[in-house]
Ligand binder design. Structure first.
Ligand code: A2P
Length: 275
């Protein structure tokens, strides 16, 4: 038998990178963050999501790894990849993922994608980033990207949660980002953090939908307007299906149109992923 007759060796082009956990931070019994190493070939735009997961446990008879889509919380140029996750006690992935430790291996998809990117919104003056729960994750990326500040005069990160304890990254948005060597100065001048809580007393209270409909959010931000201004205001939405549906409908009644990568618009949406 010649070499030419030999069966071709199977081409093993794995769909995933295998990366290493660098750190883990637990915020509450329902929320945690972690970071993994970034492969040199991995490119993405700030605000995109990617599949991540854990290898199959063959000893338990698992045949396939479990993967879910997660927003990347790091900006496009970062050396590590940060993620913000919910913990679901019986969730197929997060019940295991919440136990990861530095040094553990994580699978990382090779095709980051998504619409919560600066390129999918038209130029404007103000960029409103609305996230509920772990839907804050893409704003960790966008708010650390200098392009956000060169394209918009003002960037507003609005985080909606049920309880005060769920305001993860509060210290980050109220102080740490101002020390960032790359965007600290811009953030100090142009970034506003707007946390709102629905089931406990807090400085800002209520759902995004109610705060927008009543005009309260604009008053709180010191803006001389009672609704979104389609000429100058742009928005991105990330969170539960219900929040996105209701908030998007409200933005549309105020004259904003939804955009995409193919056709940039006044606002873009993406569901935050759970489970
Ligand atoms: P609420 O406490 O009134 O339900 P969740 O943890 O369920 O994803 O919710 C996160 C935040 O999003 C909560 O403050 C919740 O308010 C709010 N929320 C839930 N559904 C909607 C909706 N349809 N429109 C606006 N905000 C919503």
């Amino acid at each position: 038998m010649t070499a030419a007759d030999a069966p071709a060796a199977p081409i093993k082009d794995s769909p995933h990178h295998v990366e290493t956990v660098l750190w883990v931070r637990h915020w509450t019994d329902r929320l945690f963050s972690f970071a993994i190493t970034r492969p040199a070939s991995f490119r993405f735009r700030s605000g995109e999501f990617v599949m991540i997961g854990l290898p199959a446990r063959e000893e338990l008879g698992e045949k396939k790894p479990i993967l879910r889509a997660y927003s990347i919380g790091s900006p496009s140029f970062a050396e590590e990849l940060e993620f913000f996750s919910i913990k679901v006690p019986d969730g197929p992935l997060t019940s295991r993922l919440q136990k990861i430790q530095p040094g553990d291996k994580i699978l990382l998809g090779k095709k980051p994608t998504g619409t919560l990117v600066l390129d999918a919104v038209r130029p404007g003056k103000r960029l409103f980033l609305f996230g509920t729960g772990t839907g804050l994750a893409p704003w960790l990326s966008v708010a650390r990207d200098p392009n956000a500040y060169s394209r918009f005069e003002r960037v507003i990160v609005a985080h909606g949660v049920r309880e005060v304890a769920e305001l993860a990254y509060r210290d980050f948005f109220t102080s740490e980002i101002f020390e960032d060597p790359l965007v600290g100065d811009e953030a100090r001048a142009q970034l506003t953090y707007y946390p709102t809580v629905t089931r406990e007393p807090f400085a800002h209270q209520g759902r995004f939908t109610d705060l927008i409909a009543s005009g309260q959010i604009f008053r709180d931000l010191g803006l001389d307007q009672t609704a979104f201004d389609p000429e100058h205001d742009r928005a991105m939405l990330c969170g539960s299906m219900a929040m996105i549906k209701d908030t998007a409908a409200l933005l549309e009644t105020q004259g904003l149109t939804e955009g995409s990568n193919a056709e940039p618009g006044d606002f873009v949406i993406e569901r935050a992923f759970v489970g």
